[in-house]
Write a protein that binds this ligand. Structure first.
Ligand code: PGA
Length: 257
């Protein structure tokens, strides 16, 4: 793992966006794996500014979607992506993939989605956030580290974390379709962005903890091309922080990984 520690969230987000743009410059038709959540909003803002109404040539597969929400629902991840990225960069609909939350048979939809990723040639660059409970995508603790795209029941913690995005009268979904951990590990390269003190425990477990389904993000230790971008607040509990900062001062990319 390459651990890059930045002074603040804005710098970490800007560097994440820069790396995505560098991938697209080198490979305009890259297959991107995309994530949602509050952490990613500044990343997409930077991509919107840089890419403009091009139209976009990449193909994307999002990590997950709530079961039961149509793409028109303001809390659906399809709606999030349309609002924060897809419309602004004129990404053709056929290139923008998310699991269909309102599919009549969600299990069949998960299988279809996994096959669609493979048919596109797999993911070149996967963007990940990190749940405070160590989840990646909606792979909650105890998810199989070999899992593929499927339906997952969200933990109480995730449901309550996400409740702030829903209205007081709205039911927060308890099921999601998510890429599996095995699906994520098949990506050719991974960027994980985590910022803020609320992530410091999960960040420390992910980087320095034992590999365990109890903290799904620890599975990333098995991947050969993972870059973790964090701010100082999220780095606060890392025991080897001095070492990471020696290798990559201020988040700079050095030749030694
Ligand atoms: P957040 O979500 O960016 O809203 O904190 C991250 C995640 O749960 O993956």
């Amino acid at each position: 793992m390459k651990i890059l520690i930045f002074p603040d969230a804005a710098t970490a987000s800007a560097e994440t966006a820069r790396r995505i743009l560098a991938t697209l410059a080198a490979q305009p038709c890259a297959v991107l794996g995309l994530a949602t959540g509050g952490t990613m909003k500044p990343v997409y803002e930077a991509l919107r500014t840089a890419l403009g109404q091009s139209p976009a040539t990449f193909t994307s597969f999002n990590l997950d979607e709530y079961v039961g929400l149509p793409s028109t629902h303001p809390q659906s991840y399809a709606y999030y992506m349309k609002t924060h990225l897809f419309d602004a960069v004129a990404l053709p609909g056929a290139q923008a993939h998310l699991p269909r939350g309102d599919a009549p048979d969600p299990a069949a939809e998960a299988t279809r989605y996994e096959a669609a990723i493979a048919a596109a040639g797999g993911i070149d660059l996967q963007l990940l956030g990190l749940g405070a409970n160590g989840h990646i995508g909606f792979n909650e603790p105890t998810s199989s580290l070999a899992s593929r795209t499927r339906i997952k029941t969200l933990t109480h913690k995730t449901v309550t974390d996400n409740a702030r995005y829903f209205g007081p009268d709205e039911v927060v979904p308890r099921l999601a379709i998510t890429m599996g951990i095995g699906t994520i590990l098949d990506s050719r390269a991974i960027l994980l962005l985590a910022t803020g003190a609320g992530k410091r425990d999960a960040v420390a477990r992910m980087i320095e903890g034992s590999i365990s389904a109890a903290c799904p993000a620890t599975a990333l230790q098995l991947h050969a091309n993972v870059t973790v971008l964090i701010d100082e607040a999220a780095a606060a509990n890392l025991k080897l922080r001095d070492y990471y900062e020696t290798v990559h001062p201020g988040g700079a990319d050095e030749i030694y990984t």
